[in-house]
Design a protein around this ligand. Structure first.
Ligand code: SF4
Length: 422
């Protein structure tokens, strides 16, 4: 019997690591998602030396280092802070949750440079200690549009391209404030401070913007921030390219290349080697993304084939049709204390059984918390007391069609379905 998933309400940071089944885990939050090859090697070497060498890329585009001890977590943090990759102030480091669309200035079709705007917001946070008390999951998103927009990702405050201006949205709202890039950080600051003031007035203060919007209405929040909001004009969600493989830009000699991480994980040795590859073929930069992929930039398209071979030799994904991209699995047991099943090991075993149909997606979750994937999948398996509940074409929140299955039984079911499709 395993404990129900723990709802912790906080996120681990570099300076507040969280205990897990395989030790303590800490997060490195690269500013604007940019990591130089030198920084990537430093993170990889420190993760291997002080942790167990497993590095996960989170849905907020942060690097999560696993297998630390309370003592080694401190040594790890000192290395990361010493390299200028994090703040030494624990409160600021916890509040520094700014996600930017990953290609930034390299994409000529982007509406604005998301990296500059994200760094302006980070600088604003440094100078505004009152905002260091924002709830730990409170996140600001900067989407510059272009070939890899963050259109399907939400956050508490979102900056997106608008018609002739930048638009600032609140999660759960339908209105936007319009502003120029130069006043963007001040607009975000006004809205974050308004969130704090209005939340504090309530007996049960909301911890996220969506909850405050539901409680008081978005007009009240914009008004508290001294902003005029207009209805957001309906627009189609832009379709981004695949984040895996070669990513070309209009009229640009240089390209980017997306490297998929199976199950969102990269080992320290592979990260070190990928940093070397980024220098061999490109401009020596890596970008983190929320899509279980790292991007390399400044590459010649002619090198894509050789680069793919080198990437795949590391066990990473270079082909956008790779079926592993359709498989989601959290760490499961024994790494997570809430799990009773080896979600990742079982997912790897079951992957072969669904490989026949490339469009099939599989989500194996160690428990109902569903950390690896919030959406639906062709097949969702949710661990419970050492077995799995099975949901077809739904998410972990949906009613299972079969319960209490062993992984052997699931494999047999998949094999027989595959046989029927032939
Ligand atoms: S979904 Fe997986 S990682 Fe998340 S709490 Fe449950 S077992 Fe742990």
């Amino acid at each position: 019997m395993t404990a129900a998933p723990a709802i912790k309400g906080w996120c681990p940071t570099l300076l507040s690591p969280m205990q897990s089944g395989d030790g303590w885990l800490a997060r490195v939050k690269p500013s604007a998602g940019c990591v130089s090859a030198d920084a990537a090697r430093l993170i990889a070497d420190a993760a291997r030396r002080y942790g167990n060498g497993h590095i996960d890329l989170t849905s907020r585009a942060n690097l999560q280092i696993r297998g630390l001890s309370p003592r080694s977590a401190q040594a790890f943090a000192e290395i990361i802070i010493g390299a200028g990759l994090a703040s030494a102030n624990p409160s600021l480091e916890a509040a520094r949750n700014v996600m930017a669309s990953p290609i930034g200035p390299d994409d000529p079709s982007a509406y604005f440079d998301s990296h500059v705007v994200a760094r302006d917001i980070e600088a604003m946070l440094v100078g505004e200690p009152g905002l260091w008390a924002l709830p730990p999951k409170f996140c600001i998103l900067v989407d510059g549009g272009g070939v890899l927009p963050l259109a399907n990702i939400s956050a508490d405050i979102m900056v997106r391209p608008g018609e002739g201006a930048l638009t600032v949205h609140l999660d759960g709202g339908t209105r936007v404030a319009l502003c120029a890039p130069s006043s963007l950080a001040e607009t975000v600051k006004a809205l974050a401070l308004a969130f704090q003031r209005l939340s504090a007035q309530r007996s049960d203060p909301p911890r996220r913007m969506r909850a405050l919007v539901m409680a008081v209405g978005e007009e009240a929040i914009f008004a508290e921030a001294g902003l005029t909001a207009v209805h957001a004009s309906a627009r189609l969600t832009p379709q981004g390219k695949s984040s895996i493989g070669l990513i070309s830009f209009v009229d640009q000699a240089r390209s980017a290349f997306g490297v998929g991480l199976p199950f969102g994980r990269i080992e320290a040795d592979a990260l070190h080697a990928l940093a070397d590859i980024s220098e061999r073929y490109g401009d020596g930069n890596l970008r983190t993304t929320p899509w279980r992929a790292l991007l390399l930039t400044g590459l010649a398209a002619a090198d894509a084939k050789r680069l793919s071979v080198d990437v795949e030799a590391l066990g990473l994904i270079a082909d956008p049709a790779d079926p592993r991209l359709n498989i989601f699995a959290c760490v499961g047991a024994p790494s997570c204390l809430s799990a009773s099943v080896d979600a990742r090991g079982d997912a790897a075993r079951l992957a072969a059984a669904i490989r026949a149909a490339r469009d099939d997606s599989l989500h194996v979750s160690g428990c109902s918390k569903s950390c690896a994937h919030r959406g639906s999948a062709s097949l969702t398996l949710v661990g419970r007391d050492g077995r799995y509940d099975l949901i077809r074409n739904g998410s972990a929140a949906d009613r299972p069609s079969l319960t209490g299955l062993t992984v052997d039984q699931i494999e047999a079911l998949l094999q027989s379905a595959k046989g029927q499709r032939r």
